[in-house]
Design a protein around this ligand. Structure first.
Ligand code: 13P
Ligand code: SF4
Length: 320
């Protein structure tokens, strides 16, 4: 049984930065963080990236311990790639609505109902779903991967219907879609975004392909988190409306000075629904405690791990 996540500490953020740096040396650990993490975690990380970049780092690292500041499916992917390394997470409860929307038993029945399909699964799924897939993709390579599958082969695309629709529109392929979605990217309000565009006529709209079609129609640029970050560094626009989890704005503001970044508004004014409730479970304190306690760790049963590895490797082969 994993030990309960410890949170309380008397250490100040500065002490925590020093203590984490010391633990990194002691454990020979690498800290990988997604852009949706709180700013302090992004600042202490050895590598920050999108899902493809993070899995590449996990595949290539020679550290003994991987500390994954992201969500569970990301840490699972790191473990599948590194069965002999210790993979730690700040909070084991940091899941993902999209991964949860695709339960393995139901997906097995869906697959059986669509025989002969190549199964392309978005990396935002559980290890069990990966093990049932032929190829894994991320938001940054989904279009390229689908384009490489022979035109006569039917394709199941799971679990994100919005990314699936975007890939269909980009490739002209007809995909059999699993109807899953992300609670964060479906929260943005089309009406409020139009209003915001009117208030900021020089701003460009940047959107993640997990957003719904009406939102994507309003976007000037669509891409993975890393692609959005790269785009705002080359665009001449003075301001950007950002339709993805606002954690990425920390990196945007660090890399692009003197420009304005405006988070796209959620439909409900009374909540922070554009912040991922799973990603935000991780804190600097929890990061410190997981390293100090070498727990909680993420593990994947051997039979699933072995089957899930091949489709991840195929993704790497098809994204060079
Ligand atoms: P990327 O960072 O790969 O674009 O994915 C976004 C996301 O939703 C991660 O959970
Ligand atoms: Fe999952 Fe959406 Fe959170 Fe990404 S932003 S981890 S897809 S719930």
């Amino acid at each position: 049984m994993p030990r309960p996540t410890q949170t309380a500490t008397d250490l100040t953020p500065l002490d925590l930065f020093e203590a984490i740096a010391e633990l990194k040396r002691e454990l020979n650990a690498i800290v990988l963080a997604h852009y949706y993490q709180e700013p302090d975690i992004q600042d202490i990380a050895d590598y920050i990236g999108d899902s493809l970049g993070l899995s590449r780092q996990a595949a290539e690292t020679d550290a003994d311990v991987i500390v994954f500041a992201g969500v569970h499916f990301m840490a699972e992917t790191a473990k599948i790639l590194n069965p002999d390394k210790l993979v730690l997470v700040p909070d084991l409860e940091a899941g993902c609505s999209l991964a949860d929307s695709c339960p393995p038993q139901e997906f097995a029945a869906f697959k059986a109902a669509h025989p002969n399909c190549v199964v392309v699964s978005y990396i935002n799924c559980t290890a069990e779903i990966k093990a049932m897939s032929d190829i894994i993709c991320t938001s940054s390579n989904a279009v390229r991967i689908v384009e490489q599958i022979p035109a006569e082969r039917p394709i199941i695309f799971a679990p994100d219907r919005n990314l699936g629709r975007y890939v269909m529109q980009q490739t002209g392929r007809d995909l059999v879609l699993w109807e899953g979605s992300c609670i964060v990217h479906e929260t943005f309000s089309e009406k409020k975004l139009i209003q915001l565009k009117l208030e900021h006529p020089n701003a460009e709209v940047l959107a993640h392909p997990e957003c719904e079609v009406p939102l994507l129609r309003l976007a000037d640029y669509i891409g993975s988190t890393t692609a959005l970050l790269d785009y705002c560094q080359t665009s001449q626009a003075p301001a950007f409306i950002v339709a993805t989890e606002p954690g990425i704005i920390h990196q945007m503001e660090k890399r692009v000075l003197h420009k304005q970044f405006i988070p796209a508004p959620p439909t409900d004014d009374t909540c922070n629904c554009n912040e991922c409730p799973y990603m935000r479970l991780n804190t600097l304190e929890k990061l410190y405690w997981c390293m100090k306690n070498r727990s909680p760790e993420v593990d994947v049963p051997a039979e699933i791990r072995v089957q899930a590895l091949r489709p991840i490797q195929r993704m790497f082969e098809m994204s060079v």
